[in-house]
Design a protein around this ligand. Structure first.
Ligand SMILES: [Fe+2]
Length: 380
């Protein structure tokens, strides 16, 4: 697989140099289907991937589809309340098992020939198989993938050897560990298809250098000059930003109104925003009174599905439109600005008129992400 990567050694070495002399990733990293195939196998399928919140699967029989793999993963709350994750593929004739995005069922029935499975994945109905030779139902069960929960986030490990989820996440960055993320309630989930390679979106998240040009409104609330990187630990990288004087939070009017601050926030954190990227594709942004998360799912090498969610502390009332609307409105605009920026980059990267550029001095976060990508390309 490694031999198929279309990179010259010096192109990857250039990303790994100190920032002052480094270059960005080679063009093929953003535009070559073989590179994406490698990334899916060697990066995504070997990672613990965040696929849902526990609140998505509240009772036995609750199900949802995650787009973590091309066919999708079917997430189910089983009868014993444990979470199961199955490939959304029928073992009979390979049809997708569910249509739609979420719902509730007593059992899983394939819409093609009616094979039926329990919530635990056992095959309990297979029409016209009684007289088959050597046909054992247990050989055709849905195989559950490893599933684990951290702070209310549901993670799945699609394949390969990987440590347990606690080991994968360790050490959780100290500022992030201070917040009671498990208690948060998601009030909004929006999906966008972005015409840009998934790494362009991650690189964009890792720097605030673009704020004054792309997000003048955001830059007034969290000026990019007041940002700082946090040390990279394990699979986490992050940074912090200081809110401008008199600003309580990032929203249309910069005020928290009656929204409670996130639990465990202390004086140290007041007036700060923390951004984290959990390798490879989960972005978290801790604001004073809410949490933003983004999950990046590559569709092909130039298209990415982004699931953008906003979570509040318990006690925030989404029933009162004024309680959350100013946050939603702010991030709808800001996320649209980022999507536009990344789509314009994708066009430029593929134009034939671009060779890997240089990192600006304040783009160390972007370089740190790219260096993790290069490590994966090199098999390290
Ligand atoms: Fe941005």
């Amino acid at each position: 697989m490694k031999a198929r990567l279309p990179f010259a050694p010096d192109e990857l070495a250039a990303v790994r140099r100190p920032l002052a002399s480094a270059r960005l990733l080679p063009v093929a990293a953003y535009a070559n289907p073989d590179v994406l195939a490698f990334e899916m196998e060697r990066i995504f399928h070997r990672a613990w991937l965040c696929v849902a919140r526990e609140q998505d699967l509240p009772v036995p029989g609750s199900w949802m589809l995650s787009h973590a793999t091309p066919a999708g993963l079917l997430l189910v709350r089983a009868q014993d309340r444990t979470l199961r994750a199955f490939h959304n593929v029928c073992p009979h004739r390979a049809s997708s098992l569910v249509r739609g995005e979420r719902g509730r069922f007593a059992r899983v029935q394939c819409p093609y020939h009616g094979w039926t499975f329990s919530l635990e994945g056992a095959l309990i109905g297979a029409p016209h198989t009684m007289k088959l030779r050597n046909f054992r139902r247990e050989d055709h069960a849905l195989r559950s993938l490893p599933t684990s929960v951290w702070e209310g986030f549901v993670f799945v490990r699609p394949s390969g050897d990987s440590p347990s989820l606690p080991r994968y996440l360790s050490p959780v960055p100290e500022p992030l560990a201070r917040f009671d993320l498990a208690s948060l309630v998601r009030a909004r989930s929006v999906e966008h298809i972005v015409r840009a390679n998934w790494k362009l979106l991650a690189e964009n998240f890792a720097e605030s250098h673009h704020f004054p040009y792309v997000h003048p409104e955001l830059n007034r609330l969290t000026p990019y000059g007041r940002s700082a990187s946090l040390p990279t630990r394990g699979r986490w990288q992050g940074g912090t930003m200081q809110l401008a004087a008199g600003v309580e939070t990032v929203s249309m009017d910069g005020a928290t109104h009656d929204r409670p601050l996130l639990a465990a926030r202390d004086e140290v954190d007041r007036g700060k925003v923390y951004d984290f990227l959990l390798w490879p594709n989960l972005l978290l942004s801790v604001q004073p009174d809410y949490l933003l998360t983004y999950r990046l799912w590559p569709i092909d090498c130039r298209t990415t599905r982004v699931v953008a969610e906003i979570h509040f502390a318990p006690g925030t009332s989404p029933a009162k439109p004024c309680a959350t609307q100013d946050v939603f409105e702010f991030w709808d605009r800001t996320n649209a600005q980022d999507r536009d920026a990344c789509e314009r980059q994708q066009i430029g990267v593929e134009s034939g008129a671009y060779a890997p550029g240089r990192y600006a001095e304040v783009e160390d976060g972007t370089q740190r992400f790219d260096q993790m990508v290069v490590q994966a390309y090199l098999g390290k």
